[in-house]
Design a protein. Structure first.
Length: 359
């Protein structure tokens, strides 16, 4: 199977531009997650790859074959929907075997393939049941089985875990990662859930308003978000973002705001324009109580017990930040605190464009 190449793809519905000039290469064997908030164009892009939604502009190639106008059934791609789309009157075996029957494959081959897929997905004991006799997780595996049986060039999945309860979702997440490793095929997976993206993806493509905001490994997008939007989307809770100004003081740059004064470890120079208004970003797990620099001065508003950790909400100037750390944090509502972060954990973004400032 070969690479999926998406070039300058756009999709407009009347006045809405759902996908806006997206260029993206998906390599063979990747688990690529299309991530972003509701309405950012993830499903539309996935459906365009599947051939279910024609593009307004742009091209999609599979290997060296241009599939922009190829009907879905000739694309060698299998789609797994959120709703599972199982046939209620057919047994599990017949649901899984359906794509092969539609292609008029010999009966013996169908039986053998269905049994093989059922073994892979631990469905062998359920082959005679109807979908209504299955749990949500089992139905989800049958939907996967129906995709798997075709041995497609790539699997396209649209929020396949969103109908499962939290515990089952965590278990199925791990199963999907394992399945991906075992099959070695390409998975393109849509979700708005950053935990799913972080845990399963080999690469994340983050969309915002139909445009690609950043593409990278989970570690890259988490550790070096390309924009304040990406920073504010990933993490639990997401990165603290504060409006600040960069000022030079005694040869050193500081990010300052009301009750904020953070010394920056900047080796390069910020241009005159950039050295004005910025967005200062610090992840909740990187904030420490106390520290050498003036840091962030605030008052604790609330402390939440997460079990193994605690989450403190602290009002700093006219902003609010979260601090996450091992329990107990030894903080109580009303405490005055000073917070700091190591220089390597301080992110700066351009106030206007939201883009990361490289230093
Ligand atoms: P996501 O999957 O990220 O939630 P979608 O791709 O479903 O986003 O939608 C992107 C945008 O396109 C949204 O504003 C949505 O309302 C719009 N949209 C999607 N499908 C259609 C459609 N068939 N007709 C009109 N607008 C649509």
């Amino acid at each position: 199977m070969s690479r999926i190449h998406i070039e300058a793809a756009s999709k407009r519905f009347d006045k809405v531009t759902a996908v806006d000039q997206v260029t993206l290469d998906i390599e063979h064997g990747e688990f690529l997650v299309l991530l972003g908030p509701s309405g950012c164009g993830k499903s539309t892009l996935l459906r365009a790859i599947a051939g279910l939604t024609p593009l307004t502009e742009g091209r999609i190639t599979l290997g060296d074959k241009d599939i922009t106008h190829t009907p879905p059934r000739d694309r060698d791609l299998a789609m797994v929907f959120q709703s599972y789309a199982l046939y209620p009157h057919l047994s599990v075996a017949r649901n899984i075997g359906f794509p092969l029957r539609a292609r008029r494959r010999p009966k013996a081959e169908i039986r053998e393939k269905v049994e093989q897929v059922a073994r892979t997905l631990d469905l062998s004991a359920l082959l005679d049941r109807r979908p209504r006799e299955l749990s949500g997780g089992q139905r989800q595996r049958v939907a996967l089985g129906r995709a798997l049986v075709r041995d497609p060039g790539a699997f396209l999945m649209d929020e396949p875990l969103s109908n499962l309860d939290a515990k089952l979702r965590t278990a199925t997440r791990a199963e999907l990662s394992e399945l991906h490793r075992r099959l070695g095929s390409t998975f393109v997976y849509v979700t708005h859930d950053q935990v799913e993206a972080m845990t399963m993806a080999t690469r994340i493509a983050l969309l915002n308003g139909g445009k690609l905001e950043q593409v990278g490994s989970p570690t890259e997008v988490y550790d070096r978000p390309a924009s304040a939007f990406v920073a504010g989307f990933l993490g639990s809770p997401a990165m603290n973002l504060l409006d600040a100004r960069v000022v030079s003081r005694e040869g050193r740059l500081h990010a300052v705001a009301e009750d904020v004064d953070v010394a920056l470890d900047i080796t390069g120079e910020l241009s005159d324009q950039d050295s004005q208004d910025v967005v200062l970003g610090i992840r909740p797990e990187h904030l420490r109580i106390g520290g050498a620099h003036p840091g962030l001065r605030g008052v604790v508003r609330l402390v939440e017990n997460l079990g193994s950790e605690e989450l403190a909400h602290v009002v700093v100037g006219d902003a609010r930040v979260c601090l996450r750390g091992s329990r107990p944090l030894d903080l109580a509502t009303g405490d005055a605190v000073t917070l700091s972060a190591a220089p390597q954990h301080i992110h700066l973004f351009h106030r206007e464009s939201g883009k990361r400032l490289v230093w």
